[in-house]
Design a protein around this ligand. Sequence first.
Ligand code: HSE
Length: 434
Amino acid sequence: MKPVKVGICGLGTVGGGTFNVLKRNAEEIARRAGRGIEVAQIATRHPNAKCDTGATPITADIFDVVNNPEIDIVVELIGGYTLAKELVLKAIDNGKHVVTANKALIAVHGNEIFAKAREKGVIVAFEASVAGGIPVIKAIREGLAGNRINWLAGIINGTGNFILTEMREKGRTFEEVLKEAQEFGYAEADPTFDVEGIDAAHKLTILASIAFGIPLQFDKAYTEGIARLTTTDVNYAEALGYRIKHLGVARRTDAGIELRVHPTLIPADRLIANVNGVMNAVMVNGDAVGSTLYYGAGAGMEPTASAVVADLVDVTRALTTDPNNRVPHLAFQPDSLSDHPILPISACESAYYLRIQAKDHPGVLAQVASILSERGINIESIMQKEAEEQDGLVPVILVTHRVVEQRIDDAIAALEKLDDVADKVVRIRVEQLN
Ligand code: HSE
């Protein structure tokens, strides 16, 4: 059988990796796919020194690839929302299948893209968009198809995890580690996407859709970054038996779906609390299977290429299948998506770590306890440290039981009004993940 013809748009870190993996493993890939997968054209403005493209035709215009009648599958690796969307929609219009690693594009424009792809009977595959080389989309969409998924939680931004790990283990500064992540090619073009949790929220939006069968709703995800985390809280968390991780959490409740990205205390003995560096991990809890954990490299040249190439193999196998009998883009049949609402963060529920900088007066603890108990907030553990030399303030650190966020907001507002509380109260959410 003739090889399937692929056009790669973008020859950066992931594009270069995809080309190299396709070339190196061509024989094994063909044995799996049932026919060869050949790169027939590449669109790039800059050569990639890590990639020997040999005689493969190269163009500077991505639309040459999309309009090339020879090409069966367009691989979109240019990133961003605007041009990438135009490229993908044009490819679909031209009857081509698409493989993309673009989480921003799928999270923000996926509903429209998939509708158009259905109309045209083509596949848009996006395994590489979440957690790099970990086949977590396939696992949830196909491997866990018998389950009602209850929740999922993941470390889904390698750059952020790398920064937190280096800060905790080596005491390195935030800026220094971020620069290194950029040099390794892990960080987004705009690294605030990594540190502010936007990249993780893109990925979480995608995971939640395929886990719960809801449309993609990135605009409703709650996002809080890691830039304001201090070593003080990292150290107190350790003393209490927790690690701080930047977690994406999606949970189904009767009232709606929680969709939130924020720094989170996790018990230090959980496997996921020990996922370090640029590695990613996603826990998925289903009613039949219980908790499962998927771990691996979440970014980088060949790990991400691994997912792109797996999609190319899937699409190649599906070329001759009836479009109505393919795995749906969002795991559930498009006419069976649910309108279960996404909850605002004030209606989400978790436990909380609070650090209160109190004046060293008798009765402060009693006031704190009374504000919490008046709002039905149960304290699980409390730790009071000796007064700090520089300001004489006493750090009171406590962990609550699970409670709806609105009550914690009210309690923090009341605590900050106390004369004996000197500073803003630090609040970090806590998840036991059991
Ligand atoms: N900037 C992303 C990360 C790349 O650090 O995880 C992979 O999506």
